[in-house]
Design a protein around this ligand. Structure first.
Ligand SMILES: Nc1ncnc2c1ncn2[C@@H]1O[C@H](COP(=O)(O)OP(=O)(O)OP(=O)(O)O)[C@@H](O)[C@H]1O
Length: 316
């Protein structure tokens, strides 16, 4: 378990982390989300004792990082996969880490095998691809067989196979009862990986809740309908007190409506339906909604490119 209490970090005038309190529990994957500059990396660095908090406290399984003997046995982290001495081989990099934490050499072979780097174990890390570097970073995190694991943007720059692999690693670590805390900007990936979310904006806590609850609270659920008898259905729903909005492509939408009720009303009035589908916004939309006010730097494109979809729009 990671417990963060009243954590604050100031850099001069800049408050990077602002009285943040949350707990990361074992047995599940907890996602750490926030727009650029929200303070995620700073928080993770303070959890690892790499940055000193201006105020507040962090406990790792009830203890302070400074007080941990052989810290890799308690918490393993991937913060910056490029932070490896490029001239060292993967094996030697891990061996150095192991030796400074009282971890036997045999464990180096084990973790190299786990991450699939055994064939290149003697190759210099500077020749590694981004994906191999991430795998090496993960091997380092696993080295001490810690109960707590923390990953900052572990899928950055990885190909789909690498992303899939990391997702499974995180899920299986959590299934073993470990505490897994992971940040990512890839919302679709986070939606597949995390069970719980801690969301921050401008250093402050915005949400600390389950994935399902976060999406439900911060997004719109609606029913999408397509019918060749639009006017007729419009009238029937209006009379029944159901508010319908027309959308592009000839579809109708009912906010928060129940598909059963709409289907029954349509049937009673013999209206043909071509589509009646309940829709839930994605994690990405929910995230954009919640954090719209706390984004540090907004793009100011007059007309956004099509591929941005509607998610870029701010409310109100
Ligand atoms: N050493 C530093 N000196 C001054 N300001 C800093 C320093 N480190 C971070 N900051 C500022 O603190 C804020 C939080 O930064 P941080 O890197 O923790 O955010 P983040 O959520 O990890 O962002 P990103 O998603 O872009 O990685 C930013 O405004 C950043 O510019």
């Amino acid at each position: 378990m990671i417990e963060v209490e009243g954590l604050t970090k100031r850099y001069g005038e800049k408050v990077a982390v602002n009285e943040l309190s949350f707990a990361v529990r074992p047995g599940i994957v907890t996602g750490f989300l926030g727009p650029n500059g929200a303070g995620k990396s700073t928080t993770m660095r303070m959890i690892l004792g790499l940055d000193r908090p201006t105020a507040g406290d962090v406990r790792i399984d009830g203890m302070h990082y400074d007080g941990l003997r052989d810290p890799l046995k308690y918490i393993g982290a991937l913060l910056d996969a490029t932070a490896v001495h490029g001239g060292r081989s993967a094996f030697n990099h891990l061996l150095c880490l192991a030796q400074s934490n009282g971890i036997p050499k045999a464990r180096v072979h084990e973790v190299l095998d786990t991450v699939g780097l055994t064939p290149v174990a003697r190759k210099k890390a500077k020749g590694f691809s981004l994906g191999m570097g991430q795998r090496l970073g993960i091997a380092g995190a696993l080295l001490g067989d810690p109960r707590i694991l923390m990953f900052d943007e572990p899928v950055n720059g990885l190909d789909p196979e690498g992303i899939h692999w990391i997702r499974n690693v995180m899920k299986s670590l959590a299934a073993q009862g470990r505490t897994v805390f992971v940040s990512s900007h890839l919302m679709s990936e986070m939606a597949l990986t995390a069970d719980h979310l801690v969301v921050i904006g401008q250093g402050r806590l915005l949400a600390d809740t389950s994935m399902a609850d976060f999406i439900q609270r911060n997004s719109r659920s609606y029913v999408r309908i397509r019918t060749p008898q639009r006017e007729r259905l419009f009238d029937v729903l209006y009379e029944a007190g159901v508010t319908v909005v027309e959308t592009g492509g000839g579809a109708l939408e009912v906010d928060g409506g129940k598909p059963e009720r709409i289907g029954e009303l349509a049937a009673r009035h013999q209206i043909v339906l071509h589509e009646l589908s309940p829709r839930q916004a994605s994690l990405e939309e929910a995230f954009m909604r919640l954090t719209a006010e706390s984004v540090e730097y907004h793009a100011h494109a007059e007309t956004p490119p099509n591929e941005w979809g509607d998610g870029w729009k701010r409310e109100g």
